[in-house]
Design a protein around this ligand. Structure first.
Ligand code: AMP
Ligand code: ZN
Length: 491
């Protein structure tokens, strides 16, 4: 797309710079996304991250850059074990249920399935192998409790991603429960506890039957090691890009880098793509505040996954995005406007062939020289994946389209239509055509009044028919006559 050698650029957390996204091997862009922890339904904040990663992949592929996308399933960690135990279910039964639910939500949101979706439980031997190497190289040690910890001090470069070493601790943090230096066994912990972290956790009573054999005794892997093991297994020791929400920068991604690089002495991921958080009512989403929404919660309120996806595109990934129900309503209007444009373009084409790019699945479109009036919108995506800017520029193009539609040639209309579809395909949104809008059904008394008017009209009692039409209009309903009857639509 005019993009011959133009490449997608994104902000790289590691170098703190905008970087071109290019594959090291000159072929496929190999990237890894931390996937869901399957212990409950994913919330719309999680989906901000997964949707933006999907826009990233679609944009790359549409620009002619093939990808190899790996996204894992975390099905063994503190949370999955705790919840499955609390519900009296096996870890497998429990996590499969939530994994299926996650896939159904992704499907509804038009999120492409990753090329490989490995799960942590199926990769325990890979994780053990990695830990063995780290112990061998002196980067990890077995503590008295039988757990194995990564020795943070053993790696000079530890902290490069989050700059955690530069962070000044407040006196309160200094005296906090997790004293700097003492090992932590929790999977998740705060920046103040830059400390040795667990690679292997010794079996505990409360873990129930969820333990495996290892050279250090029975236990289970810590959370961070799974992504190092699965990332390297499916993408190689060094791959092109790694992604997740910003909360993962520390400790999770920092620890992934430490484990992998201490083991291989090679860079782990070349670029790091992090997505800022979705907020609700200007604050953090939380169960206790009652503002943590799932896709089902929105559906119950009459909104669609397509509308949520559009809403998530309204913010740039580097800025927090505030979610409101008004933003969903605005998304509905915007999608209808797109549907109207699409219907007009389609009608104008008559029997002329439609553009090939009909499906919302990405494919290489290198044969297009330019996207014409939609080019600025496409360029906004290529420039640091600026989805709100792309949407704005798309609507500017739509104004041009609407003004020029009367006089436009078939070729021009096809170019517009193709441009719009490329953009919708990259954003993963579907225009809502006007006929797809549900027409509300009139109440019985309105239907009876309209029937009375129809009969008056049939018997040529024009005065009565007009009077009844007026009455209906006052009640908020318009009568539209057909040859053999009538339709009622809200005013
Ligand atoms: P989890 O299932 O908790 O491991 O999270 C899945 C993904 O969602 C991770 O990449 C998180 O960083 C991301 N995430 C969690 N909360 C939010 C939020 N409020 N906004 C955007 N992304 C989030
Ligand atoms: Zn991860």
């Amino acid at each position: 797309m005019k993009s011959g050698n133009q490449r997608l650029k994104i902000y790289d957390t590691l170098s703190r710079q905008i970087q071109e996204v290019a594959p090291e091997d000159g072929r496929r862009l190999r990237f890894y996304c931390c996937g869901p922890t399957v212990y409950g339904p994913a919330h719309i904040g999680n989906f901000r991250t997964f949707v933006l990663q999907d826009v990233f992949r679609r944009t790359l592929e549409l620009s002619g850059q093939p990808t190899q996308h790996v996204r894992n399933i975390t099905n063994v960690d503190d949370k999955t074990i705790r919840e499955s135990q609390a519900q009296g279910k096996t870890l497998t039964e429990f996590t499969h249920y939530w994994e299926d639910r996650f896939h159904a939500d992704c499907d509804a949101l038009n999120i492409l399935p990753p090329h490989v979706e490995p799960a942590a439980v199926e990769h325990i031997p890979d994780q053990i192998q990695l830990i063995e190497k780290l112990v061998e190289k002196g980067h990890a040690y077995r503590a008295e409790d039988g757990s194995v910890y990564f020795k943070v001090q053993s790696l000079e470069t530890y902290g490069a991603l989050s700059r955690v070493k530069d962070r000044e601790l407040t006196p309160q943090e200094e005296s906090g429960a997790h004293k700097k230096g003492s090992p932590v066994s929790d999977d998740e912990y705060e920046a103040e506890s830059m400390a040795d972290f667990a690679l292997w956790k010794a079996r505990k009573q409360e873990d129930g039957p969820n333990y495996w054999d290892s050279p250090w005794g029975e236990g289970r892997p810590g959370w961070h090691i799974e992504c190092s093991a699965m990332g390297m297994r499916y993408l190689g020791e060094t791959f092109d890009l790694h992604s997740g929400g910003i909360d993962l920068i520390f400790p999770h991604h920092e620890n992934e880098i430490a484990q992998s690089e201490a083991c291989t002495c090679k860079p782990f991921a070349r670029l790091w793509f992090h997505i800022a958080h979705l907020m609700v009512d200007g604050g953090k989403m939380s169960k206790s505040l009652g503002n943590l929404y799932t896709l089902d919660d929105l559906k119950e309120r009459g909104f669609t996954a397509n509308e949520l996806r559009y809403t998530l595109g309204q913010g740039h990934y580097r800025q927090p995005l505030n979610f409101t129900f008004d933003s969903l309503k605005a998304a509905r209007q915007a999608l209808l406007r797109l549907g109207k444009v699409e219907a007009k373009l389609k009608a104008k084409l008559n029997d002329a062939p439609a553009p090939k790019l009909k499906k919302l699945t990405p494919r290489k479109v290198e044969d297009f020289q330019s996207l014409g009036d939609l080019q600025p919108a496409w360029d906004a995506l290529m420039n640091d994946l600026n989805t709100p800017d792309a949407l704005g520029k798309m609507f500017s193009a739509i104004k041009i389209i609407e003004r020029g539609l009367g006089e436009a040639s078939v070729e021009q209309i096809q170019e517009w239509r193709r441009g719009l579809w490329v953009l919708w395909s990259a954003l993963g949104i579907e225009p809502v055509e006007p006929e797809a809008e549900p027409v509300p059904e009139a109440p019985e008394e309105i239907k009876a009044l309209a029937q009375e008017r129809w009969e008056a009209k049939q018997s040529k009692d024009w005065a009565k028919a007009d009077e009844l039409r007026g009455e209906l209009q006052k009640a908020g309903w318009l009568v539209k006559d057909r040859k053999d009857g009538f339709d009622l639509v809200p005013v």
